[in-house]
Design a protein around this ligand. Structure first.
Ligand code: ITT
Length: 198
Protein backbone atom coordinates (compact mmCIF):
# COMPACT_ATOMS: atom_id res chain seq x y z
CA UNK A 1 0.00 0.00 0.00
CA UNK A 2 1.05 3.60 -0.59
CA UNK A 3 1.34 6.53 1.79
CA UNK A 4 1.91 10.18 0.83
CA UNK A 5 4.53 12.19 2.71
CA UNK A 6 2.75 15.57 3.03
CA UNK A 7 5.71 17.96 3.31
CA UNK A 8 7.75 20.13 0.95
CA UNK A 9 10.60 20.71 3.43
CA UNK A 10 13.60 18.85 1.97
CA UNK A 11 15.30 18.56 5.38
CA UNK A 12 12.24 16.83 6.80
CA UNK A 13 11.81 14.58 3.75
CA UNK A 14 15.31 13.13 4.12
CA UNK A 15 14.92 12.55 7.86
CA UNK A 16 11.42 11.09 7.59
CA UNK A 17 12.34 8.62 4.87
CA UNK A 18 15.19 7.34 7.05
CA UNK A 19 13.15 7.26 10.29
CA UNK A 20 10.28 5.33 8.65
CA UNK A 21 12.68 2.93 6.90
CA UNK A 22 14.46 2.24 10.21
CA UNK A 23 11.07 1.67 11.88
CA UNK A 24 10.26 -0.88 9.14
CA UNK A 25 6.93 0.72 8.26
CA UNK A 26 5.62 -1.75 5.64
CA UNK A 27 4.31 0.80 3.13
CA UNK A 28 5.61 2.57 0.05
CA UNK A 29 6.25 6.26 0.77
CA UNK A 30 5.47 8.61 -2.11
CA UNK A 31 6.35 12.30 -2.20
CA UNK A 32 4.16 15.30 -3.00
CA UNK A 33 6.00 15.69 -6.33
CA UNK A 34 3.73 12.88 -7.57
CA UNK A 35 0.74 15.18 -6.95
CA UNK A 36 1.60 18.50 -8.63
CA UNK A 37 -2.04 19.57 -8.40
CA UNK A 38 -1.92 19.66 -4.59
CA UNK A 39 -1.11 23.20 -3.40
CA UNK A 40 0.16 24.50 -0.07
CA UNK A 41 -2.14 24.17 2.92
CA UNK A 42 -2.80 27.24 5.09
CA UNK A 43 -1.31 26.43 8.52
CA UNK A 44 -4.05 28.14 10.54
CA UNK A 45 -3.90 25.88 13.59
CA UNK A 46 -2.83 27.08 17.03
CA UNK A 47 -0.78 23.99 17.90
CA UNK A 48 1.73 21.68 16.20
CA UNK A 49 -0.87 18.87 16.29
CA UNK A 50 -3.59 21.00 14.67
CA UNK A 51 -1.27 22.08 11.86
CA UNK A 52 0.07 18.56 11.26
CA UNK A 53 -3.52 17.27 11.02
CA UNK A 54 -4.54 20.11 8.66
CA UNK A 55 -1.69 19.18 6.31
CA UNK A 56 -2.30 15.42 6.49
CA UNK A 57 -6.07 15.73 5.93
CA UNK A 58 -5.69 18.11 2.98
CA UNK A 59 -3.29 15.75 1.23
CA UNK A 60 -5.28 12.59 2.04
CA UNK A 61 -8.45 14.18 0.70
CA UNK A 62 -6.82 15.46 -2.50
CA UNK A 63 -4.66 12.38 -3.23
CA UNK A 64 -7.15 9.71 -2.19
CA UNK A 65 -4.30 8.02 -0.27
CA UNK A 66 -3.36 7.91 3.42
CA UNK A 67 -1.05 10.83 4.24
CA UNK A 68 1.43 11.67 6.97
CA UNK A 69 2.52 15.19 7.90
CA UNK A 70 5.00 16.78 10.29
CA UNK A 71 4.55 20.10 12.02
CA UNK A 72 7.52 21.12 14.10
CA UNK A 73 9.50 24.00 15.49
CA UNK A 74 11.84 25.35 18.12
CA UNK A 75 10.31 26.63 21.39
CA UNK A 76 12.67 28.96 23.30
CA UNK A 77 12.03 29.42 27.04
CA UNK A 78 13.35 33.02 27.14
CA UNK A 79 10.98 33.90 24.26
CA UNK A 80 7.92 32.38 25.97
CA UNK A 81 7.97 29.38 23.63
CA UNK A 82 8.44 31.32 20.40
CA UNK A 83 9.09 30.84 17.51
CA UNK A 84 7.13 27.59 18.10
CA UNK A 85 4.55 27.03 15.35
CA UNK A 86 5.94 30.12 13.59
CA UNK A 87 9.46 28.64 13.27
CA UNK A 88 9.41 28.30 9.46
CA UNK A 89 8.50 31.99 8.93
CA UNK A 90 10.03 33.65 11.99
CA UNK A 91 11.92 36.28 9.97
CA UNK A 92 9.01 36.82 7.54
CA UNK A 93 9.65 34.71 4.47
CA UNK A 94 8.54 31.05 4.72
CA UNK A 95 11.43 28.60 4.83
CA UNK A 96 14.31 31.11 4.93
CA UNK A 97 16.33 29.01 7.41
CA UNK A 98 19.32 31.37 7.46
CA UNK A 99 17.26 34.52 8.17
CA UNK A 100 15.18 32.71 10.81
CA UNK A 101 18.32 31.52 12.61
CA UNK A 102 19.98 34.98 12.48
CA UNK A 103 16.87 36.66 13.91
CA UNK A 104 16.62 34.14 16.72
CA UNK A 105 20.31 34.58 17.58
CA UNK A 106 19.78 38.35 17.80
CA UNK A 107 16.75 37.87 20.05
CA UNK A 108 18.62 35.69 22.56
CA UNK A 109 21.94 37.55 22.39
CA UNK A 110 21.59 39.05 25.88
CA UNK A 111 20.04 35.95 27.49
CA UNK A 112 22.58 34.43 29.95
CA UNK A 113 23.74 30.82 29.60
CA UNK A 114 21.61 29.48 32.44
CA UNK A 115 18.44 30.76 30.75
CA UNK A 116 19.15 29.36 27.28
CA UNK A 117 16.71 26.43 27.58
CA UNK A 118 14.71 25.43 24.50
CA UNK A 119 13.12 22.39 22.91
CA UNK A 120 12.34 21.16 19.46
CA UNK A 121 8.77 19.87 19.16
CA UNK A 122 7.18 17.70 16.48
CA UNK A 123 3.63 16.52 15.87
CA UNK A 124 3.39 13.55 13.51
CA UNK A 125 -0.05 13.15 11.94
CA UNK A 126 -1.65 10.36 9.92
CA UNK A 127 -4.90 10.99 8.02
CA UNK A 128 -6.88 8.54 5.91
CA UNK A 129 -9.13 9.54 2.98
CA UNK A 130 -12.04 8.32 5.16
CA UNK A 131 -11.28 11.14 7.63
CA UNK A 132 -9.78 8.89 10.27
CA UNK A 133 -6.77 10.49 12.02
CA UNK A 134 -4.01 9.85 14.53
CA UNK A 135 -1.31 12.12 15.97
CA UNK A 136 1.84 11.54 18.04
CA UNK A 137 4.23 14.05 19.64
CA UNK A 138 7.95 14.15 20.22
CA UNK A 139 10.34 16.61 21.85
CA UNK A 140 14.09 17.18 22.19
CA UNK A 141 15.28 19.42 25.04
CA UNK A 142 18.48 21.43 25.03
CA UNK A 143 19.91 24.96 24.79
CA UNK A 144 20.33 27.67 22.17
CA UNK A 145 24.00 28.67 21.78
CA UNK A 146 25.27 32.02 20.51
CA UNK A 147 27.02 31.15 17.26
CA UNK A 148 26.14 28.56 14.59
CA UNK A 149 28.15 25.32 14.32
CA UNK A 150 27.80 22.37 11.94
CA UNK A 151 26.54 21.72 8.42
CA UNK A 152 24.15 18.79 8.83
CA UNK A 153 20.40 18.93 9.35
CA UNK A 154 18.44 22.11 8.57
CA UNK A 155 16.63 25.04 10.16
CA UNK A 156 17.83 25.90 13.67
CA UNK A 157 20.11 22.84 14.00
CA UNK A 158 23.39 24.90 13.94
CA UNK A 159 22.39 26.79 17.14
CA UNK A 160 20.80 23.96 19.18
CA UNK A 161 22.73 21.67 21.56
CA UNK A 162 20.73 18.76 23.04
CA UNK A 163 20.91 18.02 26.77
CA UNK A 164 23.88 15.76 27.51
CA UNK A 165 25.58 16.65 24.20
CA UNK A 166 28.41 19.05 23.40
CA UNK A 167 27.69 19.12 19.67
CA UNK A 168 24.86 20.95 17.92
CA UNK A 169 22.26 18.87 16.10
CA UNK A 170 23.94 20.15 12.91
CA UNK A 171 27.16 18.43 14.07
CA UNK A 172 25.44 15.08 14.66
CA UNK A 173 25.19 12.50 11.88
CA UNK A 174 21.71 11.92 10.46
CA UNK A 175 21.54 8.62 12.40
CA UNK A 176 22.58 10.30 15.66
CA UNK A 177 20.03 13.08 15.23
CA UNK A 178 17.17 10.74 14.28
CA UNK A 179 17.88 8.53 17.32
CA UNK A 180 17.11 11.39 19.75
CA UNK A 181 15.16 13.97 17.77
CA UNK A 182 11.62 15.27 18.26
CA UNK A 183 10.87 13.96 14.73
CA UNK A 184 12.38 10.53 15.38
CA UNK A 185 10.40 10.17 18.62
CA UNK A 186 7.09 11.34 17.12
CA UNK A 187 7.29 9.15 14.00
CA UNK A 188 8.56 6.07 15.86
CA UNK A 189 5.47 6.44 18.07
CA UNK A 190 3.26 6.75 14.98
CA UNK A 191 4.93 3.85 13.09
CA UNK A 192 2.92 0.96 14.61
CA UNK A 193 -0.30 2.93 14.05
CA UNK A 194 0.63 3.46 10.40
CA UNK A 195 1.34 -0.27 10.08
CA UNK A 196 -2.07 -1.06 11.59
CA UNK A 197 -4.25 1.44 9.69
CA UNK A 198 -2.61 1.73 6.27
P1 ITT B 1 5.99 21.56 5.55
O1 ITT B 1 4.85 22.33 6.17
O2 ITT B 1 5.90 21.44 4.05
O3 ITT B 1 6.21 20.24 6.22
P2 ITT B 1 7.61 23.64 6.78
O4 ITT B 1 9.07 23.97 6.73
O5 ITT B 1 6.63 24.73 6.48
O6 ITT B 1 7.36 22.38 5.81
P3 ITT B 1 6.83 23.64 9.58
O7 ITT B 1 5.76 24.66 9.41
O8 ITT B 1 6.55 22.45 10.44
O9 ITT B 1 7.30 23.03 8.20
O10 ITT B 1 8.12 24.41 10.13
C1 ITT B 1 9.17 23.73 10.68
C2 ITT B 1 10.30 24.72 10.99
O11 ITT B 1 10.80 24.45 12.30
C3 ITT B 1 11.46 24.51 10.02
O12 ITT B 1 11.39 25.42 8.96
C4 ITT B 1 12.67 24.75 10.92
O13 ITT B 1 12.97 26.11 10.92
C5 ITT B 1 12.20 24.34 12.29
N1 ITT B 1 12.56 22.94 12.59
C6 ITT B 1 11.71 21.88 12.70
N2 ITT B 1 12.38 20.75 12.92
C7 ITT B 1 13.68 21.08 12.92
C8 ITT B 1 14.86 20.34 13.08
O14 ITT B 1 14.85 19.02 13.20
N3 ITT B 1 16.01 21.00 13.05
C9 ITT B 1 16.05 22.33 12.88
N4 ITT B 1 14.99 23.11 12.71
C10 ITT B 1 13.80 22.49 12.74
Amino acid sequence: SRLVLATRNTGKIAELRQILADASVPVEIVGLEEFPEIGDVAETGLTFAENALLKAHAVARQSGLPAIADDSGLCVDALNGMPGIFSARWAGKHGDDRANLELLLAQVSDVPGEHRGAHFACAAALALPSGEERVADGALHGVVIDAPRGANGFGYDPIFVPEGESRTTAELSAEEKNAISHRGRAFRALAPIIAELV
